[in-house]
Design a protein around this ligand. Structure first.
Ligand code: 5GP
Length: 141
């Protein structure tokens, strides 16, 4: 179980591939998930390389937790959601697909199930519009 520098989130952090950025501080980065399981589905990652919760340094994990709470509050406000689901997967058997630690943050609405993980990409204009709503809610905090 080693960290691979060419994973997709490492490339996003290095600016080698684009993302809809929501928030950044010294230790963390937040952006939209391109195959959302609900409108406003976003991700928080540490800047320091970590494969998942099993190898991350505790200070880096704490920074990710702080940013996750910030984003959870922001998506609740941005979408007038009834709740928020936070998910985090470790290793293939645990459901992990991208091997740079990340927390999923998904706004939830009474009676609305999560969409299946189909692998279909969301339209860029919808991701951009949802990202704008979340950034505005973050500024309002
Ligand atoms: P996990 O590893 O926790 O199972 O999920 C990885 C998540 O990363 C999925 O929700 C997937 O939609 C998302 N994802 C995969 N590739 C990309 C990408 O290139 N950009 C973004 N923004 N998200 C991605």
């Amino acid at each position: 179980m080693t960290y691979e520098n060419d994973n997709i989130f490492a490339k996003i952090l290095r600016g080698e591939i684009p993302s809809h950025k929501l928030y950044e501080d010294a230790d963390t980065f937040a952006f939209m998930d391109i195959m959302p399981r609900g409108d406003g589905h976003c991700l928080v990652i540490p800047k320091k390389p970590a494969r998942n919760i099993l190898d991350v340094e505790v200070d880096s994990l704490a920074a990710v937790a702080r940013t996750t709470q910030k984003l959870a509050r922001a998506v609740l406000r941005a979408f007038s959601a009834d709740g928020v689901t936070v998910q985090q997967f470790n290793e293939p058997a645990g459901g992990q697909v991208v091997f740079h630690l990340h927390f999923h943050i998904i706004p939830r609405f009474e009676g609305v199930p999560l969409r299946p993980h189909t692998g279909d990409m969301e339209k860029p204009e919808i991701l951009a519009a949802n990202a704008e709503k979340i950034r505005a809610a973050l500024e309002a905090v």
